[in-house]
Design a protein around this ligand. Structure first.
Ligand code: NAD
Ligand code: DAU
Length: 339
């Protein structure tokens, strides 16, 4: 039996991780979520979970005393908490520096003091982008070249983890995953924004030409990989997580959403592009697949996303109460940037 501290566990990926842990990992008999409940965190994401196994502590990973006490009281820490949205980081980078860099520093120091196992969740964006016609993929040894304030702070947090492993011998692993989609994703993000636009009678919105490529993965596949790393990953190692969807561009995804929701494939609007918009991400997850035996479950022969998108559309259709209160504000913020 083991105890788990999940930072950012009331956000999109973290909440799905807690749900998967409760459903599939009885070895974790106590799960504590540490979450600041920013605009992106939501108590409702943890609704229905057994209270004798899952506890939410509302607090900040930058709070050294709180982090120290919680880390001391758990065996394993999985660190999801972050400011996560590129567009927000262009408007105000300051919370990204605070949470992603200084918050990770506080966790590392607590993990070092108490000799606890840490898994740090990171992103493919630390590698920057590839040209649209570049067939290469990111690997564990690709050099870091982040483009946005968000990705630069995630790169900084990865470097801190690596330095704490090498300099202080902390027991940590890192994973860099591609774009996630699935239930409970904040509606500021690409896929839920389009689904909830259609459900609200608004046009889906495509940035620029839509030729950009994101290597989409269903959130449950990401979280299953994290559990494989916790179970069998080698300490000090980094693992790339991706589902081989690097042939699917934004235009294809938005068209598929339109079709699956009963509209014509081109029933979307082009809006202003994102400044510094990364072109292409592509992930080579061979190490994770070969060494730890992980493989994504959400795959199909067409785009690798049809089944996952159908499930995601069904979830947003059935959970209007979850997203509707935030919709007008999110769209008003985008409208200020012509998006
Ligand atoms: P999210 O924005 O949905 O959730 C982030 C959570 O962190 C929220 O619940 C928020 O309240 C909490 N949080 C923010 N600042 C905090 C602080 N100072 N202290 C405590 N809690 C705080 O993000 P997400 O999409 O679930 O991403 C989770 C992690 O996965 C992030 O580290 C992100 O960089 C990484 N990641 C995301 C993706 C993706 O496609 N979404 C892909 C790869 C990696
Ligand atoms: O690659 C992993 C990253 O994926 C994570 O590290 C980030 O936390 C996560 O937010 C995500 O970053 P992106 O910037 O790639 O995701 P986003 O959903 O914001 O946008 C996906 C793509 O869709 C991107 O090319 C921009 C485009 N887009 C986005 C929105 C919101 C649109 O065309 N229209 C939109 O309305």
């Amino acid at each position: 039996m083991s105890t788990l501290l999940v930072t950012g566990g009331a956000g999109f990926i973290g909440a799905n991780f807690v749900r998967q842990t409760v459903a599939q990992h009885p070895e974790y008999d106590r799960v504590t979520v540490l979450d600041k409940l920013t605009y992106a965190g939501n108590r409702a994401n943890l609704a229905g979970l057994p209270e004798d196994r899952v506890r939410l502590v509302v607090g900040d990973i930058c709070d050294a005393d709180l982090v120290d006490a919680l880390v001391a009281d758990h065996d394993v820490v999985v660190h999801f908490a972050a400011e996560s949205h590129n567009d927000n980081s262009l408007n105000d980078p300051s919370p990204f520096v605070e949470t992603n860099i200084l918050g990770t520093y506080q966790l590392l120091e607590a993990v070092r003091r108490h000799d606890k196992r840490l898994h740090h969740i990171s992103t493919d964006e630390v590698f920057g982008d590839l040209e649209l016609d570049d067939p290469n993929r990111f690997t564990e040894t690709t050099a870091y070249a982040p483009s946005s304030p968000y990705s630069a702070t995630k790169a900084g947090s990865d470097h801190l983890v690596r330095a704490w492993v090498r300099s202080f011998g902390i027991r940590a692993t890192i994973s860099n995953c591609s774009n996630n989609y699935g239930p409970y994703q904040h509606i500021e993000k690409f896929i839920p924004r389009q689904i909830t636009n259609i459900l609200s009678g608004l046009a889906p919105k495509l940035y620029g030409t839509g030729e950009q490529v994101r290597d989409w993965i269903h959130v449950d596949d990401h979280n299953a990989a994290v559990h494989r790393i916790l179970d069998a990953g080698s300490l000090g190692e980094t693992y790339i997580i991706g589902a081989d969807n690097d042939h699917v561009n934004n235009k294809t995804v938005i068209s598929l959403i339109c079709e699956l929701m009963g509209l014509g494939a081109d029933a979307y609007e082009h809006v202003a592009d994102r400044p510094g918009h990364d072109l292409r991400y592509a992930m080579d997850s061979t190490k994770l697949r070969d060494e730890l035996g992980w493989a994504p479950q959400y795959t199909d022969t067409e785009t690798g996303m049809r089944a996952g998108l159908e499930q995601t559309i069904a979830w947003y259709s059935a959970n209007r109460d979850w997203w509707q209160p935030a919709k007008a504000d999110v769209e008003a913020t985008y409208a200020k940037s012509g998006q």
